[in-house]
Design a protein around this ligand. Structure first.
Ligand code: UT7
Length: 333
């Protein structure tokens, strides 16, 4: 038995902010952001919490699958920007959508959160512990970025993707293989300095802007190029696949140059690489499920296609998943 995706949707806040919006506030240009990252615009919600972004996506997957929230038995939210440190955003979402029969939890895997959670959730389904699981990857990065720091604020966006996972008698679809990695030495290069138990919030931490994303861009860039390319190539190789066998690479959307390096290492042509960083920026745990949802909505993925999902982010955490697509053609697209 394997876990398969039986519905998928995404949601981003309405507010769109292009590069010129930043250029009016800080020392940056549309040209710099586009050429160094591939980003043109991103969505921000300056009001509400993460679960306000998730509710529309959660309701959309339930509707698409033709079930109610009460049918869901487990909720997992991959995020680093929960509504609160506790209770979990899974619990808050459970109340908001009325999934009264579900237990659940948040999973903090940063940019690899969706892949970590997809593998975890698949194991819950495959063990029989869950029959209908609502899995969300998403972040409200606007809540943790310093809008005066040009080296980070232009990179991120808000958004989420949601899927329903269910058991399938067939072993032909779902997560066929995964490689998940972690290296805690990456902490120094990418973290949030204060707010957790190591450095609790004080007037000083707020004054010092320690509650925002701290990133040494070049160090992360170098590690990401190697990490994401390595695992993407490795998962193909160990499954005896060539670029011809892969329908799509679904990479984490942090930087177009990292994505290009990964595709090049795999020998994949540009037409097989899902890219939407230009419109959404880096939504952290949201990038991969948003990409998958857009592919499905535009009918660019067919049942039986082999997809390689790849990510790299804070921790460091990184990984790849070989997913065989389980949904039929999207009639409503
Ligand atoms: O998803 C989580 C994982 N994160 C990542 O994967 C991000 C990995 N890192 C990156 O994508 C890139 O390192 C960045 C996009 C963050 C930065 O690009 P870069 O090509 O590595 O630029 P840099 O940090 O080497 O900076 C080059 C120059 C610097 O100026 P000087 O020192 O050469 O005068 C920066 O101050 O660009 C400057 N700069 C900017 N200029 C205009 C940095 N940010 C900006 C900006 N606008 N927004």
């Amino acid at each position: 038995m394997k876990a398969v995706i039986t519905a998928i949707a995404h949601h981003v806040p309405e507010g769109v902010y292009d590069n010129n919006w930043f250029a009016q506030k800080i020392d940056t240009t549309d040209e710099w952001i586009k050429t160094r990252t591939g980003i043109s615009e991103r969505h921000f919600a300056f009001e509400g919490g993460l679960t306000d972004i998730i509710v529309p996506a959660a309701e959309a997957v339930l509707k698409q699958r033709g079930i109610t929230a009460e049918d869901i038995d487990c909720i997992i939210i991959a995020t680093v920007t929960p509504d609160r440190i506790f209770p979990s955003s899974a619990a808050i979402l459970q109340r908001k959508i009325g999934a009264k029969n579900a237990w659940g939890f948040d999973l903090a895997g940063a940019c690899s959160g969706f892949l970590y959670a997809l593998v975890t959730a698949s194991k819950l389904i495959e063990s029989g512990a869950s029959k209908k699981l609502l899995l969300v990857g998403g972040d409200k990065m606007s809540s943790i970025i310093d809008f005066e720091d040009r080296t980070t604020c232009v990179l991120f966006g808000d958004g989420c993707g949601a899927v329903i996972l269910e058991p399938s008698e067939s072993d032909e679809y779902g997560v066929m293989d995964h490689i998940l990695r972690m290296d805690g030495n990456g902490e120094v290069h990418l973290h949030q300095k204060a707010g957790g138990s190591m450095r609790t919030p004080t007037i000083e931490t707020v004054t010092n802007k320690e509650h925002y994303v701290y990133q040494e861009g070049q160090a992360v860039f170098k590690a990401a190029v190697k990490g994401m390319a390595d695992v993407s190539y490795e998962i193909m190789e160990r499954n005896h696949m060539t670029a011809d066998d892969v329908a799509w690479l679904i990479p984490h959307q942090a930087n177009l140059r990292i994505i290009d390096a990964t595709a090049e290492r795999m020998g994949l042509s540009k037409e097989k690489v899902m890219i939407n960083i230009d419109r959404y920026g880096n939504t952290t745990a949201g990038t991969i499920p948003i990409c998958l949802s857009e592919l499905y909505q535009t009918n660019k993925v067919k049942k039986g296609d082999y997809l390689v999902l790849s990510s790299f982010g804070a921790g460091y955490t990184w990984g790849s998943v070989l997913l065989r697509w389980s949904l039929e053609h999207n009639e409503k697209a």
